[in-house]
Design a protein around this ligand. Sequence first.
Ligand SMILES: [Zn+2]
Length: 280
Amino acid sequence: MPELPEVETIVCELRAQCLGRSITSAELLRGDMLKRTADTFDSFAAFFMGRFFQGIDRTGKFITFHLDNGNKLIAHLGMTGKFISAKNGDPDPAHLCSRYRFADGGWLGHVDIRRFGRLELYRSDEEIESLKGLGIDPLSSQFEADSLLKFVHSPGGNKRRTRAVHTLLMDQSLIAGIGNIYASEALYLAGIRPSRHGGKLTKRDRERLAEAVVQVLRASIRACGTTISDYRRVDDKPGSFKEMLAVYGRPGEPCQACGSEIKKVKIGGRSAFYCGKCQR
Ligand SMILES: [Zn+2]
């Protein structure tokens, strides 16, 4: 599943590919990708016709396309979603869900094999519901060690006190953008065992973890994200952070720091990877 570094990579590439280009037509090919509104295939086309993308940004794992008239397209890539840049005459890729043709030639395609992703249309200043309940973005300037205090001091905090820190890191209502891969990697870097209860983290632990989260995400963005299976960049290239993963997807391999075997456990139904010696 694309997490923050993969979505950030895609957003940067989409900006380079799409901003300012006039859209001559848009097609919705899979009606079930469109959530929230009662838009039809025709109203989807009308929403984009003659407009251009004025800005594209990321909140957690969501992508917002700002049209020049104030309307917005929100996209979530789910498990297998991606955007591809194509030329006129290129064959349609399998599982094409929506397409945006540009006046200067070429088109942007949105592909999603398993279709756990979503598209949402918002008109002018409507409040964007999908972004409302999201927690803090770990790359925003407001993210700091004390952001992790929300684990225990927000409503429902008592329940969170005994939840595993691995589960808390992936809770999109606390911190937006982290999934399995970067939860395991950040906890390794911080020396914190993924099963530790959120309420047991000391101030020093929270500081180390906040630093580790930012460090891991930034390193992955520099490598254009992690391709395990489906994630591809807009030019269809894979990201290269997989080779730099310390624990994720490496059970049984030796820890880079101490040589102990990397372990894999299920926490809250999700896989977590850690070193039993380096992480306490
Ligand atoms: Zn180790």
